[in-house]
Design a protein around this ligand. Structure first.
Ligand code: ADP
Length: 190
């Protein structure tokens, strides 16, 4: 099994690029953001717990997302691997992922990091707010907190995956197709 981490700041285009990637490489797309939004929509206790945190632009607790990922690893069959989108987002989550995989003698195949500058993050999220209607996209102060949370808690993962020799950075600026082709060129080799 291959385990790809799709990494990048909010608005980097992870969700946009994930579709083409899962199709080309027969992967299961696991987006913790999407999984959490469906828990909220279904009104589950987990969803209720997550809602306020997401709407404030903060992270939900590590054990919540780690548990969601672990149960998907167990239940999803007939794929060549997984594309993890929005997970891990903290060093503790990355360590939990490594521990989960190493139990079966597996490891993260590669971290594909989509990079865009902060000003483009704000521009893209403002645009997405009009299209997708996500509560956490609509308020500038929430977006600002998501960007801050990214820099404080998530960015340290770049060094984590660099040290593990798993880090592959892709320029996320440009047309969707251009970025997609840059990703394919890299993934074809992994
Ligand atoms: P974006 O594309 O803006 O990064 P996501 O859809 O991935 O947004 O995530 C939306 C929100 O869900 C995050 O701001 C956070 O509150 C929560 N979330 C998603 N993934 C995680 C995670 N791995 N750990 C903690 N919180 C998460």
């Amino acid at each position: 099994m291959k385990y790809f981490v799709l990494f990048g700041p909010p608005g980097a285009g992870k969700g946009t690029q994930a579709g083409a990637m899962v199709e080309r490489y027969n992967l299961c797309h696991l987006s913790t953001g999407e999984l959490l939004r469906s828990e909220i929509a279904a009104g589950t206790p987990l969803g209720l717990q997550a809602k306020a945190l997401i709407e404030a632009g903060s992270l939900v607790p590590d054990e919540v997302v780690v548990g969601m990922i672990e149960s998907k690893f167990k239940s999803v069959k007939n794929v060549k691997g997984f594309l993890l989108d929005g997970f891990p987002r903290t060093i503790a989550q990355a360590e939990a992922l490594d521990a989960m995989l190493s139990k079966n003698g597996e490891s993260v195949t590669g971290c594909i990091s989509l990079m865009i500058p902060d000003d483009l993050i704000h521009e893209r999220i403002a645009h997405r707010a009009n299209i997708e209607g996500r509560a956490d996209d609509a308020r500038p102060e929430v977006v600002a907190n998501r960007v801050k949370t990214y820099h404080d808690k998530t960015e340290p993962l770049i060094d984590f995956y660099k040290k593990a020799n798993r880090y592959h950075e892709i320029d996320g600026v440009g047309l969707i197709e251009e970025v997609r082709d840059r990703i394919f060129k890299k993934l074809d080799l992994l």
